[in-house]
Design a protein around this ligand. Sequence first.
Ligand SMILES: [Zn+2]
Ligand SMILES: [Zn+2]
Length: 96
Amino acid sequence: MGCRVQRPHIGFCPFCEQGHLGIAGCGFCHTLVAICDECELVWSNVRGVAMNSTTRSSGTYPHCPHCETADARWYWLSPEQIQQAGLQDCIKPLDH
Ligand SMILES: [Zn+2]
Ligand SMILES: [Zn+2]
């Protein structure tokens, strides 16, 4: 997804082991997913992949696994939105 900025993440990507998994929402159906900022794999089970690296991915960016739009216009969730979604316990400390 281009330039690397520090955003809340739930850990390293279990597939490429390079990227971080951020939490994003679909611009159409607002389903929350985890997206790798390196290889662009998508997990619809955010808590699953945060807790268990063998959780299977659901597809690849920019396709939405829920509403199946081909370009979901994902937006990264802010820390406040992550808290509202009840996923703050999945967030790992930012590395510097
Ligand atoms: Zn990855
Ligand atoms: Zn969607």
